[in-house]
Design a protein around this ligand. Structure first.
Ligand SMILES: O=C1O[C@H](COP(=O)(O)O)[C@@H](O)[C@H](O)[C@H]1O
Length: 248
């Protein structure tokens, strides 16, 4: 199922996104006592700012959250290019999520090793039933992914025309030639992304208007953009502001 919310302003988008996330948090914590959230980098993190304010900062049961990254740059966690640093500074440092429930990559490893290590970590969490498993695909089924999108239509570190978008076996893979710097990254693959229950695709501002039009406004395209390949098992919810949706 897909829904598209177009908000007047980016501020309205942040408010709507916070409610959406808080509602899903309550749903999954009630159902199974945990909430597994996968986040991206980019300006998504700034769009989470309403979650760290009342009422949500007080009402969300942060102790039940488990946080993962859909992709990460292979740099030290305190590096300016690190998605972990971006999330810590802008979000994680402001809410009482248990440090042991925040799963950052091992930044001492090179890309291939970091991808293998992260995949092993997630496999262990599936065995412990912290992360669910999709009964239809056998891949890990995260409760919610919060994704941004690049102007070229990339999601995570899966870029248009790159062979990695066709990876069907690995849960986590790596790229050494990212067209967007830095070049070395790890990323979830589409089998994992599309085994998630819910995905919020968050796009604000003018930077991605063409990719949004391709994803939502065009009837057909021969080579799908990565963003067009996103299809979670329960719901894909687009959160757009009017600028991002201006070509729809
Ligand atoms: O490089 C990346 O780009 C995408 C999109 O970033 P944005 O700044 O255009 O929102 C991001 O989702 C991904 O996590 C990041 O590694």
């Amino acid at each position: 199922m897909m829904k598209v919310e177009i908000l007047d302003t980016e501020e309205d988008l942040a408010a709507a996104l916070a409610k959406y996330i808080a509602d899903l948090s309550a749903k999954f914590i009630k159902e199974r006592g945990a909430f597994t959230v996968v986040i991206s980098g980019g300006y998504l993190i700034d769009c989470l700012r309403k979650l760290v304010e009342p009422p949500y900062v007080d009402s969300v049961d942060w102790s039940k959250w488990h946080v993962f990254w859909v992709d990460e740059r292979v740099v030290p966690k305190d590096h300016q290019d690190s998605n972990y640093k971006l999330a810590y500074d802008g979000f994680l440092s402001k809410v009482p999520i248990l440090p042991g429930n925040v799963y950052a990559i091992n930044d001492a490893l090179p890309a291939e090793g970091a991808a293998d290590d992260y995949e092993t970590c997630i496999k262990q969490l599936v065995k412990k039933n912290v992360v669910s498993s999709s009964t239809s695909t056998g891949f890990p089924k995260f409760d919610l992914m919060l994704l941004g999108m690049g102007p070229d239509g990339h999601v995570a570190s899966l870029f248009p025309g790159h062979p990695l978008i066709n990876e069907k076996e690995r849960w986590v893979t790596y790229i050494m030639d990212s067209p967007k710097p830095p070049p070395h990254r790890i990323t979830f693959t589409f089998p994992v992304i599309n085994s998630s229950a819910f995905i919020a695709m968050v796009v604000a501002g003018p930077g991605e208007v063409n990719a949004v039009h391709t994803a939502l406004g065009s009837t057909s395209s021969v080579d799908k953009l990565p963003v067009q390949m996103v299809q979670p098992e329960e719901e894909l919810a687009w959160f757009l502001d009017k600028e991002a949706a201006s070509k729809l």
